[in-house]
Design a protein around this ligand. Structure first.
Ligand code: NAP
Length: 284
């Protein structure tokens, strides 16, 4: 029977520590950290993510600056807003909520975020530094996964880690972090042959696919650490991960649930990156 490791509990502890740190800075006379979150259009899922981030910021004393823009905004206007925030000394972090409406160029907009305020770790300069092993900001979900593995007391040195998914946001960067922690890493994707057999070799299995309950016990080695990144909405409105939790529960050693697993850690790492940016800019 697996031990369930809740990101919701770990993130609460980490947020409490950050709250204390921020209170100390404020008591010393410093301004609050500030995160600007830009949402273009009114996609309901994105709106709820932005509201969640706003609430999480306020709860620990970070000023949140949500900016809601009409879907009809031009590329030029959007980039001007991002550039102005990049030049605004009172802003420590900038997050552009993705995806953008399809007429807008995401890559070009992201490049307007100053790399030192790119708390989502998506700017190509930050990606470059990360892959040169000189990280500035690293994407939040992979950071959250590494914190969960730490909480699982998983010593990655020499372990076989399999990551299913190779996206820029999750699969590719988490594989790099695992490799940096001396795991032997295999990255799988939709062209991988005999995925179950590859996964069955994994001491550490990270599922970042976007396919509800695809990972059953046939994919999981006895005693594996399993991190479920997937967030999938079922027809009945409930959320589930990429891992069939009930099926894998007896096989895995430690496992994260969905919800209350990786999701809360992603927001928590966004707050931590914002605090880091603030400390570099304001406290040093
Ligand atoms: P993505 O960009 O769609 O990437 C999915 C990856 O899974 C791709 O590399 C794809 O392979 C691979 N894949 C798809 N079907 C597969 C199959 N049948 N067998 C093996 N590999 C397969 O998604 P993402 O942004 O990485 O997100 C993945 C999941 O994590 C989604 O459910 C998303 O909602 C969730 N997520 C959660 C958080 C959080 O905070 N909890 C954050 C980000 C994402 P190809 O490259 O060959 O297409």
């Amino acid at each position: 029977m697996a031990e369930i490791i809740y990101g919701s509990e770990l993130s609460k502890e980490l947020k409490d520590e950050m709250k204390e740190t921020i209170e100390k800075y404020k008591a010393e006379g410093h301004r609050a950290p500030c995160l600007a979150v830009i949402l273009v259009g009114n996609d309901p899922a994105s709106e709820s993510y932005v509201k969640g981030k706003d609430k999480a910021c306020h709860a620990i004393g970070i000023d949140s600056k949500p900016i809601f823009l009409d879907a009809s905004i031009s590329q030029e206007e959007l980039e001007k807003i991002i550039t102005d925030l990049s030049n605004d000394d009172s802003v420590d972090g900038i997050l552009l909520q993705l995806p953008l409406p399809k007429d807008l160029d995401e890559a070009s907009a992201i490049q307007c975020i100053h790399p030192d305020k790119d708390v989502d770790g998506l700017h190509p300069v930050n990606f470059g530094y990360f892959f040169l092993n000189e990280p500035n900001f690293v994407p939040c979900t992979p950071l959250g996964i590494m914190e969960l593995l730490k909480r699982m007391e998983c010593d990655l040195d020499g372990k076989n880690a399999v990551v299913i998914g190779r996206s820029k946001l999750v699969g590719t960067p988490v594989a790099r972090l695992l490799q940096n922690a001396n795991a032997t890493v295999t990255i799988c994707h939709s062209h991988t042959k005999d995925l179950a057999a590859v996964c069955k070799q994994a001491d550490v299995l990270i599922a970042a696919i976007g396919r509800p309950k695809m990972i059953t016990k046939e994919y999981v080695k006895d005693g594996a650490y399993v991190i479920d990144v997937g967030v999938n909405r079922l027809d009945d409105g409930t959320l589930c991960g990429d891992v069939d939790f009930d099926d894998v529960f007896e096989t895995a050693y430690k496992i994260t649930p969905v919800p209350k697993g990786v999701g809360p850690m992603t927001i928590c790492m966004l707050l931590r990156n914002t605090l880091t940016s603030y400390e570099r800019r304001v406290i040093q």
